[in-house]
Design a protein around this ligand. Structure first.
Ligand code: CMC
Length: 436
């Protein structure tokens, strides 16, 4: 199958690729060499940047699969460690493979004592996403062979194992508690909970309910094909920057409120609605008003146009966890009510805006006892195996090239340089007087 393009009366044919699930892509790799034109697609909504075997999404039908396995089945039965292995190495681990992998993740959990000292000099108000990004980049100072082929698998283990320690330490730093070292007798998620919530003064037993919910949350965030942060990891990695540098950039991209940072903003928005007398109409109106910057956070998605399967799972999990922990969180009721109102509103229906993964996840993090600015860190920890798998896939792809988009220039045409003496002042250079 070919696609035809007619440009200035000349006809060009381009090959068409069909994916496993019949998704169609026109291969424009030779578009510019053959036609002299480029494709213009701000935000890349119509651009495939790679072939990938990791994650499949059908946004119209609300389907998400990791390496072919439906998210609902994986979320129900797997552990986060299994999902890490699945995404990174391409198959579900055997018992032996999982034991070895888990053992490696445990034994690489500690961070260098010098890296630990870096935490001391961040101001106490530093956002933990900033700390996570800086600390992950700093790992390449300790593992200087991070770009080298023979050390790739070891650095993947190091990154997965140490990121949870860094994330837990950034939480401890923000609440002014002493750091808690990892324990070798605990699983990945148990260890993380232990480092988050244990205090030296008393024994800490990991609650099985919390462990189950944490596994679920991390699994649901584990990969989501070519989203903003994953695309960032691939773009940075395409210059052959090392794994730690590429993932640090991905963390920075995830931090933004339109991406992973939305989970923090959702809880802040729900709190605002509560404090403002639950005036739903006002906030839905603000979200629809094009002159108002306000958006319903946790609503809308570039790919999902019917429902986000992760949000469906999390809404149910929020009910279950709060029930099991005996927590009555008014923000959960507000979230449900807001969802109901929005889903009956023409504006949201027309634009196919539904709750996304970030809409209910914050309610669960809140029930776990985490402060709002840790929510995106939790997302990042979950997304790590996805970033790593995508980075590895790109590195191993013989077709991969350095990422280097083009542009359509709309600035001034060529004009002669104007010497300083001949330039006309277009505005006053006098400093403005401030009236006091
Ligand atoms: N509230 C109100 N209007 C919205 C919203 C919203 N949350 N989301 C999209 N719209 C409107 C938007 O104004 C536009 O309207 P119009 O066609 O009249 O100009 C239309 O819907 C399409 O929106 P868009 O911004 O062109 O869509 P996009 O695909 O570029 O952006 C999005 C997707 C997720 C950034 C956007 O829906 C949004 O800002 N949502 C709120 C932030 C959020 O929840 N982000 C988390 C995303 S899911 C997890 C993740 O991947 O990180």
């Amino acid at each position: 199958m070919d696609a035809k393009l007619v440009l200035e009366g000349k006809e060009f044919e381009f090959p068409v690729l069909v994916g496993t699930e019949n998704e169609v892509g026109i291969d424009f790799t030779k578009l510019r060499p053959r036609t002299g034109a480029i494709g213009l697609d701000p935000g890349f909504g119509n651009t495939g940047s790679c072939r990938s075997t990791i994650t499949f999404i059908n946004g119209e039908k609300g389907i998400l699969r990791y390496r072919g396995y439906p998210i609902e089945e994986v979320a129900e039965a797997a552990t986060f460690e299994e999902v890490c292995y699945l995404l990174i190495f391409g198959h579900l681990p055997t018992r032996g493979e999982l034991e070895t992998f888990s053992d490696q993740l445990t034994h690489h959990s500690m961070i260098h004592e010098s890296l630990k000292k870096f935490f001391d000099d961040f101001p106490p108000t530093a956002h933990p996403m900033m700390i996570l990004s800086a600390m992950v980049a700093s790992l390449s100072a300790f593992y200087t062979r991070a770009g080298e082929t023979e050390d790739v698998d070891l650095n993947i283990i190091r990154l997965l194992a140490k990121a949870k320690t860094i994330a837990a330490y950034s939480f401890k730093r923000s609440v002014g508690q002493p750091f808690v070292y990892p324990r070798n007798d605990l699983s990945y998620t148990e260890n993380f909970l232990h480092m988050l919530f244990a205090v030296p003064a008393e024994p800490y037993n990991v609650s099985p309910v919390m462990d189950r919910v944490l596994n679920l949350l991390l699994i649901l965030h584990a990969d989501h094909e070519q989203n903003c942060s994953t695309a960032t990891v691939r773009v940075v990695g395409s210059s052959q920057a090392n794994l730690f540098a590429a993932v640090s950039a991905g963390i920075a991209a995830l931090w933004g409120p339109l991406h992973g940072g939305a989970n923090q903003r959702v809880i802040e928005m729900l709190g605002m609605i509560r404090d403002d007398g639950k005036d739903y109409k006002k906030y839905v109106g603000k979200a629809k008003d094009k002159d108002d910057d306000f958006r319903l956070m946790g609503f809308g998605h570039r790919v999902y146009k019917n429902f986000d399967p992760r949000a469906t799972i999390l809404k149910k999990a929020a009910d279950e966890l709060l029930g099991e922990l005996g927590i009555d969180d008014p923000l959960l009721e507000i979230a449900k009510h807001l969802e109901e109102i929005a889903l009956e509103d023409e504006y949201f229906l027309e634009r196919k805006l539904y709750p996304n993964v970030d809409f209910y996840s914050g309610i669960l993090y809140r029930a776990m006892g985490l402060p709002t600015d840790m929510y995106t860190v939790m997302f990042a920890l979950g997304r790590l195996p996805g970033w790593i798998a995508q980075w590895k896939e790109m590195r191993e792809d013989p077709r991969a090239r350095i990422s280097r988009p083009r542009q359509i220039y709309t600035g001034e045409a060529q004009r002669p340089y104007v010497p300083l003496d001949l330039r006309v002042e277009s505005r006053s250079t006098e400093p403005e007087l401030v009236k006091v």
